[in-house]
Design a protein around this ligand. Structure first.
Ligand code: ATP
Ligand code: MG
Length: 439
């Protein structure tokens, strides 16, 4: 049998409903934040990621899915969303849009050739935002508030926000030199990857998962001591704005993030729950004031983040949160014979168009089996259509929970269902959602 590629997964059943629910919630949240939805191709010129994400990142140096297309072009399946969104921002000249700053969000699959393990896939989904055109620290705080509020809405409790500042280019350069100086005599004790990072991007040594517990890392120079006045101010403001939104955070001086392009604020939100596992970073992001220029656009400040959906689903499961309501069927339609199927289908269609969730039997089940099925599907009503019903334009409607039977004129069925579906708003005592009271 042909199997799915390593590091990928299929979605079906309850998981599918959960994912669709989360996607809807994200879209609604982005409306509230007044962000615009953007979509870019799943593949781009390889060069975009080399320039945008950076040669020294694991993502580009080891993890890309590259291919040469039939026109001999080097292409890469996108490993992350930012580079494509920036490319699109420049190509569509969005820096000239009348409404500024340009606030965008995206959602879709990303591809990285990683060693598959829990929380790490080769095809995974990211939701993310990118904001262009403002260097206001308020926007850094707004961007951080998006995942935090999303997790709040879902009821996730065990989350921790870590922030740091890498400062502007000048501060970052001074810090880089300090790190080179510091690590130079200790190179032998670092892992091979770090030896390479030392030459290309020493900041990333701090991000190393292999060396992170070593003594030498703990005493490394701290970025905060190398921030110039302006960078310090920026960071202070971000912290104040987070506090204004009651967002708790910890400053983690070793947080540098995996990508090369960050300046000023960087942040991560982790699931800090015992036993969650090592892939506990739910999302991460930061400010990237030189990225637009690097990719060939006008100098434009930017800030954004990306969130993995798989780890979010795991976190929800871990905290026993199922955000999706039970799948309820309003009506289950039973055509009693081949001859009445047209009428049954016509009714099914009319009800669906009126906003009801409706199923119709297509397996010609026995009456008993149909009732069993309707219960399994949590149907509120079973609507039976036989030749008598068709002749008289009267439907037999059975309520599954109370076992009550009603005769409802075909012309009144929508009203009947409408009336009985208002149970959410009915405030009669002991209402269990099945009463037939009017509003
Ligand atoms: P990590 O350190 O876990 O490898 P990263 O620095 O590579 O993460 P980003 O590129 O910033 O992560 O991606 C943001 C988020 O996307 C991560 O926090 C995580 O939730 C998710 N993510 C990244 N890589 C994967 C993957 N291979 N499978 C599933 N989710 C992923
Ligand atoms: Mg990674």
């Amino acid at each position: 049998m042909i199997q799915k590629p390593k590091g990928t997964y299929d979605v079906n059943g309850e998981k599918g409903r959960k994912i669709l629910y989360l996607e809807k919630l994200l879209a609604a949240l982005m409306e509230n934040y007044h962000y615009q939805y953007v979509r870019t191709p799943l593949f781009e010129s390889s060069e975009l990621f080399h320039r945008g994400v950076g040669e020294t990142t694991d993502i580009v140096s080891k993890e890309t899915y590259d291919f040469i297309d039939r026109g001999n072009r080097n292409m890469t399946l996108r490993p992350e969303g930012t580079a494509g969104v920036v490319r699109s921002y420049i190509e569509n000249k969005m820096y000239g849009d009348v409404i500024q700053p340009v606030k965008t969000w995206y959602y879709g699959p990303m591809y990285r050739y990683e060693r598959p393990q829990s929380g790490r896939f080769r095809e995974f989904y990211q939701f993310g935002v990118e904001v262009f055109g403002t260097n206001d620290p308020l926007m850094d705080a707004e961007v951080i508030s998006i995942p935090v509020n999303f997790y709040r809405l879902l009821g996730l409790k065990g989350i921790k926000v870590n922030i740091n500042s890498l400062g502007d280019q000048e501060s970052r350069l001074r810090y880089r030199e300090a790190l080179i100086e510091y690590f130079k005599p200790h190179l032998e004790s670092l892992c091979n990857d770090c030896k390479e990072r030392f030459l290309k991007n020493p900041l990333r040594i701090l991000d190393c998962k292999v060396d992170s517990e070593k003594e030498i890392m703990k005493h490394a120079p701290k970025m905060q001591d190398y921030l110039n006045e302006e960078s310090k101010q920026h960071f202070e403001k971000v912290k104040e704005y987070l506090e204004a939104m009651q967002i708790e955070y910890s400053v983690n001086p070793n947080l540098v993030r995996g990508l090369d392009y960050y300046t000023y604020t960087v942040f991560e939100v982790e699931a800090s729950v015992e036993g969650f596992g090592s892939q506990n970073v739910l999302c991460g992001g930061g400010r990237y004031n030189h990225l637009v220029e690097t990719i060939g656009g006008p100098s434009t400040p930017g800030v954004g983040f990306a969130m993995g959906m798989e780890r979010l689903l795991t976190a929800l499961e871990f905290e026993n949160i199922n955000p999706v309501e039970e799948n309820v069927l309003d009506a289950y339609i039973v055509p009693l014979s081949e001859e009445v199927k047209k009428e049954a289908l016509s009714l099914t269609n009319a009800l669906r168009l009126s906003g009801f969730t409706v199923e119709i039997d297509t397996l010609n089940r026995s009456m008993k089996s149909n009732f069993k099925t309707s219960e399994r599907m949590h149907a509120r009503y079973v609507i039976i259509i036989g030749e008598d019903e068709v002749k008289e334009n009267i439907l037999t409607v059975k309520e599954n929970q109370t076992k009550e039977e009603y005769k409802v004129a075909l012309a009144d069925i929508i009203d009947f269902l409408d009336q009985t579906m208002i149970h959410d708003e009915c405030d009669c005592e002991e209402c269990d959602g099945t009463c037939h009271h009017e509003k």
